[in-house]
Design a protein around this ligand. Sequence first.
Ligand code: ADP
Ligand code: ADP
Ligand code: MG
Length: 476
Amino acid sequence: MRVMRACKELGIPTVAVCSEADRKAFFALYADEAYVLGPSPARESYLNVDKIINVARTCGADAIHPGYGFLAENADFARRCEREGIHFIGPRSETIEAMGSKIKAREIMARAGVPTVPGTGAIENPLEAADAAKEIGYPVLIKASAGGGGIGMRVVEDRRELMHAIEHAQSTAQSAFGEPTVYIEKYVRHPRHIEFQVLGDDYGKIIHLGERECSIQRRHQKVIEESPSPIMTRELKERMAAAALRAARAVDYVNAGTVEFIYSEGNFYFLEMNTRLQVEHPITEVLTGVDLVQAQLRIAAGERLPYRQEEIQQHGWALECRVCAEDALNNFTPTPGTIRGYRSPGGIGIRVDSGVHMGYVIPPYYDSLISKLVIYGRDRKEALERTRRALFEYVILGVVTNLPFLKAVVENEDFQRGDYSTHFIEEHPELLADVERISKERSLGGIFAALKSNQAIAAISAAVSAYLAEENAQKV
Ligand code: ADP
Ligand code: ADP
Ligand code: MG
């Protein structure tokens, strides 16, 4: 939806590809044309390169935007597009390949003078690993070189755990990424995750669009992001931005990318570079006024970046809440199902990016993200007040969502003070009690549910679903 919205504004026709499970999804209807790739499991549809290329040939697509999941950071897919003469909307395949290996990326960055977390190269021999871990100092973190999505990381407190943890991490890496290589990094305690958005064009110009703080995480995955970072100072921003630009220049970066850093006590270290558009990109758009997807399309079409660094200014404060179908009280387990009632918040400073509607079925096969609630305020206080208001207004019935959990975080005093690290959620178990309390509080969601209009809601949602199904049946 995000990509097609940008295309629509630019007058570019769009073609969607979907799986069987997404045949009735709103994005398939929104696109000018839509094709079913195959069965619901991603391997048989969204990850099937041949099928996607076939659709592109059939419909005569000039370009493919890979989104931000699935094949978005797959160098083989990008290379295949290059060979087929289809513009891959992202960086060159060599860049994706180099940054797709965390070990290789760390080497490149260290050579370019970008600070990296103290750590090793690929672990080959367990004894070497024990020596290296001792030298780095416990606790250490075992990470998959090909890792992503927070998967395959293990904290190790002492030598006794090390061997077992390495084996475990290798097998997780093999099954999740098809590649068992792991390495060791110093485990930074109480860090903050701060990343910089960059844009580069084909003519060697690279700029940054400021930072995003993404420390509110569960399972090493982001839940709430904000910009600016509450700890940012002018001096720190200059240092970090310079490192981000050095990182991007080290690989002659083209298109939109993100340089992720881990920050602790005045020091920051390169974590990884994400060679794609990121989920949380809207907060940067809100503050800078730059449409990052339009910029991606223009860069892929060979246009020059139309901005000078000095022209990029961040105004005000923005937050993003990832609204997910998941149960915070049950270890954040996904809760796929049918959305029976839906009303998104609105009003000043609110942007909702989503592709769901009443009657929409959240399939069990993919990520549980329902929408991104993006809030703008002139300052952090206004943005937080507005976020609470928007979460109060949001109505999603039929599936358990993390809306009460998001509200609990936003109302938390430490969060309000900006005093948090990546351990925030695990260090605030009281958030779960808050979730129970908030779930019972007065909110529009609660009022809708209490109207006992479930039958009416079900009837409306059935009608919406039937209408979309019929429209899609004719098209997809
Ligand atoms: P961001 O840094 O943009 O938040 P994420 O790491 O959350 O990126 O990943 C973006 C999307 O891609 C999410 O929907 C995530 O679930 C999915 N994703 C990323 N890597 C993987 C992976 N290895 N396996 C499955 N899904 C992944
Ligand atoms: P992914 O590719 O899965 O996004 P990252 O390297 O970006 O992997 O790490 C994801 C998250 O894991 C970080 O945002 C941070 O919370 C945590 N993390 C990663 N490396 C370290 C480290 N060396 N010390 C402490 N936390 C870390
Ligand atoms: Mg990351």
